[in-house]
Design a protein around this ligand. Structure first.
Ligand code: ADE
Length: 228
């Protein structure tokens, strides 16, 4: 899978060099390229923003550098990529999005800052990409970079081969619409707390039933919205 990220803070994305995603890059499973939006400006100050028409606080990102950055990426590919724009006014990102996006060949993340990107950019982008506005949740970050990192990790780990043991993707929170069951490791007694007896029984049928019951209880307690 190819992933391009456009940002005015490319250093933010250096976390993609480490851990599972970093290894997937060196293994050639993920081709991740980070672009500095300011490389697509031509004035002395490398300006990417300006004051909003109609007045109001803050600055708006100019559409032209974004269009040039996308055109630069498109020069290298034949297909129509998906353009993901992290923004608090997008649809809330979920495991379902991650699963769907992990089937794509090419994602582009446009990480905006300030009050957002000039609306005309989105209209223009629909001519060349499948555009989706996505939010990490109902709160406001300073820009799209942290959201893009989270989404790339959620998508990247579902790309075949990125996570060594694919079984670990099956039994995890949200994969079946429920939260994950509690897990324990050695020692069986720790500071007076005992591992639930059933997990030491060796009865795999009973263990599976107990785990499912724990999933339901946890989900009911912490995230009842997932059950309705
Ligand atoms: N940019 C700013 N806030 C954001 C959020 N909640 N999700 C995604 N991108 C954002």
């Amino acid at each position: 899978m190819r992933i391009d990220i456009i940002s005015i803070f490319p250093e933010y994305l250096s976390a993609l060099d480490i851990s599972l995603i970093g290894k997937a890059r060196t293994d050639g499973l993920l081709d991740i390229r980070v672009h500095d939006l300011r490389d697509f400006t031509f004035d002395r100050h490398r300006t990417v923003d300006d004051t909003p028409y109609g007045g109001g606080a803050g600055m708006v990102m100019k559409p032209e550098p974004w269009a040039l950055a996308i055109e630069h990426i498109l020069e290298e590919v034949d297909s129509r990529p998906r353009l993901l724009v992290p923004t608090p006014s997008g649809a809330v990102f979920s495991q379902g999005h991650a699963q769907r996006l992990s089937q794509d060949d090419h994602l582009i993340f446009a990480c905006g800052r300030y009050e957002g990107i000039d609306e005309r950019f989105f209209e223009w982008a629909t001519n060349v990409c499948d555009v989706e506005l996505v939010s990490l949740g109902d709160y406001v970050l300073n820009g799209g970079e942290v959201a893009a990192l989270a989404m790339i990790e959620a998508v990247g780990r579902l790309v075949p081969g990125v996570v060594g043991n694919p079984d670990s993707l099956v039994e995890e929170s949200h994969s079946d619409g429920l939260l994950e069951y509690p897990v324990y490791t050695k020692p069986s007694q720790w500071r007076g707390a005992q591992v639930p007896e059933i997990l030491l029984s060796g009865d795999h049928g009973k263990i599976a039933a107990w785990r499912h019951e724990q999933q339901l209880m946890r989900t009911q307690q912490r995230r009842p919205d997932l059950l309705s």
